[in-house]
Write a protein that binds this ligand. Structure first.
Ligand code: SF4
Length: 220
């Protein structure tokens, strides 16, 4: 919206560093891995508020995996986990909408039209996973004057991942955060080495929080 408005208003001194990612391609990459251990997904409710959840139906059926669209309050997450486990125990595969107070099947179509107007898909590097084709968004050429990457010549700018970080294995459910040698030592929420330790809903940050609440006695 900011980019669209800047264009409409003829604003010149504005630019955006676009790093948006798309969830379904990342899910498919994880599920297609021979080593995948993920048995169900809680899909992010705020994203689905815009996108709806039609895209998830095919993934759920193709990979035989429950997907529950879930909000971010603690009780939302508890209910999302409960709905996911109920599906697993009943041996059924569905896309369920826990966050129905915000998410509809088709999503916010006005916002979707604006996104299509401003963005197009692009390949994107995912921390811990690597490059995933068509898994990100970039500004369309007609908005390129607002693209900070072009404006400030950032094309070759690369982030360095810590060699201690095993976030790719965490994301695929192959290892648990407590099995990372850096967990709680070199890597904490105050000094995160990888994406799962950055925000509170990240797997490593959530484990760290539980770990500390229980003074390290909790057995994951
Ligand atoms: S604990 Fe830190 S270093 Fe280890 S996998 Fe998680 S984010 Fe990466």
């Amino acid at each position: 919206m900011a980019v669209y408005q800047a264009s409409q208003l003829g604003i010149e001194n504005f630019s955006a560093l676009v790093a948006h990612v798309l969830v379904p391609p990342a899910m498919e990459t994880i599920l297609a891995s021979a080593e995948n251990c993920v048995q169900g997904f809680l899909a992010a409710g705020h994203v689905c508020t815009i996108t709806g959840y039609e895209d998830y139906l095919e993934i759920a059926l193709q990979y035989g995996i429950p997907i529950v669209i879930t909000g971010f309050e603690p009780v939302d997450i508890l209910q999302g986990i409960y709905m996911c486990i109920k599906q697993l125990e009943a041996g059924i595969v569905e896309v369920e909408n826990q966050y129905s107070r915000s998410v509809s099947y088709a999503g916010n179509q006005t916002a979707q039209k604006l996104m299509v107007e401003v963005f197009e898909t692009t390949s994107r590097q995912w921390r811990g996973i690597g490059m995933i084709e068509e898994s990100g968004l970039k500004l369309r050429d007609r908005y390129s004057k607002f693209d900070a990457e072009k404006r400030f010549n950032l094309k070759d700018h690369q982030t360095q991942e810590s060699s201690d970080c095993i976030s790719g294995l965490i994301l695929q459910g192959i290892k648990k955060p407590t099995q990372c040698a850096a967990f709680g030592k070199k890597c904490t929420p105050e000094n995160p080495l990888g994406a799962p330790m950055v925000s509170s809903e990240g797997a490593c940050a959530a484990y760290y929080s539980g770990f500390h609440l229980d003074r390290g006695q909790i057995d994951f």
